[in-house]
Write a protein that binds this ligand. Structure first.
Ligand SMILES: *Cc1c(COP(=O)(O)O)cnc(C)c1O
Length: 402
């Protein structure tokens, strides 16, 4: 009988918390809160509206924001698209520069590059070997021609925490709007939009035990520009995002965020201890090397390079272990990681890198078993290195990645 898979890919997505699933289920059928939350002329509609507004308050609470500053979207990808595109289209042609870091999620990087087609002058700033943006590099790029600067709070491949307080304050002092993608920090480190000095901030539900297909953009109430919407229609979400509100998704996100606030002092330290144990087991006797080890890192993510091993082959040999090479999005495209490249890893090193991400349900036993599996596989592959490389190439070819 095959053994149960060990899931260490929480940065790609998380299971929905049972309490979240129950809350979502209560919004679907005729006994539940199924009515259109915009139908405020009748009682069922008002009941749905009340649940949406309660969820909005829960999401706002995690950020120390006001509920009216939360715009629900289909996920963080849309929130990132809306932040960059909405600000750029509002401020052009006076301000056309968009500054992003080299390690942003593709939903930021690709949006910026798409806006270049509309006249944006996109500047991609590099990071240090730990994945941090140097404020001194940012500073000369922040002037009256800059529309927006976007730097993510926590990187999804490395776990590096960026000094958003400092970067936000710098942007504000230069009169430049600042956006941060906080998908990987939400629920893991305390978030306060005022302390972070951000104007816009993106969130997702499914990285935090909520459902896929829902997220939010925080838009500071006194944002000096009118964000240009991406989706036009009935004027929902104060005209910023039209479309009938997905009550079940929003209620699910609200419940997930309520739980996250409740567990903020309990989950992260427990997960960090398990992560440290995993890193200890996997770096002993020079087996693997931890990336971004000098940086402050979020509790659940560890990126490890196993020199001399081909990541695809390693993953193939670790069938019972659900982990990623870089990120799930990179895997979907068959590309090597732009993040690992940005911190100075060679293509070979990047290919020898695995991201382990832990979460609420990770146990000590799983960590011990995962470490033993990886150790055995890496040692085995190193013993037959030449053949290992060859079979990796064959494996890639067979799966059409070349
Ligand atoms: C997953 C992820 C996204 C995309 O979120 P979706 O809700 O899946 O669209 C954006 N940024 C980061 C850092 C992520 O990890």
């Amino acid at each position: 009988m095959p053994s149960a898979p060990i899931y260490l890919d929480y940065a790609a997505t998380t299971p929905v918390d049972p309490a979240v699933a129950r809350a979502m289920g209560s919004c679907l059928t005729s006994e539940g809160t199924f009515a259109n939350p915009a139908s405020v002329t009748h009682r069922p509609g008002r009941a749905a509206r009340a649940r949406v507004e309660d969820a909005r308050a829960r999401v706002a609470e995690l950020l120390h924001a006001d509920p009216e500053e939360i715009v629900f979207t289909s996920g963080a990808t849309e929130a990132n698209n809306l932040a960059l595109t909405g600000v750029f289209r509002a401020l052009r042609p006076e301000r056309t520069r968009i500054v992003v870091s080299a390690i942003e999620h593709p939903s930021v990087l690709d949006t910026a590059h798409a806006l270049a087609e509309e006249g944006a002058d996109v500047v991609v700033v590099g990071v240090d070997p730990e994945g941090r943006v140097d404020p001194a590099v940012l500073e000369p790029l922040l002037d009256e021609r800059t529309a927006l600067c976007s730097v993510m709070h926590v990187n999804n491949e490395l776990g590096t925490v960026q000094d958003i307080e400092r970067l936000g304050a710098l942007c504000r002092s230069r009169g430049v709007l600042f956006h941060t993608d906080a998908v990987q920090s939400a629920g893991k480190i305390p978030l306060d939009v005022h302390a972070l000095a951000v104007d816009l901030l993106s969130l997702s539900a499914h990285k935090l035990y909520g459902p896929k297909g829902i997220g939010a953009l925080y838009v500071r109430r006194d944002l000096p520009v009118g964000l240009v919407p991406l989706i036009h229609g009935g004027g929902h979400e104060r005209g910023r995002r039209s479309g009938t509100l997905a009550t079940h998704q929003i209620v699910g996100m609200g419940e997930a965020y309520r739980l996250a606030v409740e567990r903020l002092s309990e989950d992260p330290p427990r997960v960090a201890a398990l992560r440290d144990r995993l890193v200890e087991l996997l770096t002993a006797d020079g087996l693997g090397r931890l990336n971004a080890r000098g940086a402050e890192r979020v509790s659940g993510i560890a990126s490890l390079t196993f020199p001399g091993v081909v990541g695809e082959t390693l993953l193939y040999f670790l069938g019972d272990l659900a982990v990623s090479q870089g990120s799930a999005c990179g895997a979907a495209r068959g590309e090597s990681s732009h993040v690992l490249k940005a911190i100075g890893l060679s293509p070979l090193e990047a290919h020898a890198t695995i991201r382990f991400s832990l979460g609420r349900e990770t146990t000590e036993d799983e960590i011990a078993r995962a470490a033993a599996l990886v150790r055995a596989a890496v040692q085995d592959l190193r013993r037959r290195a030449p053949r290992g490389e060859a079979s990796a190439t064959e494996h890639r070819r067979a799966h059409g990645h070349d």
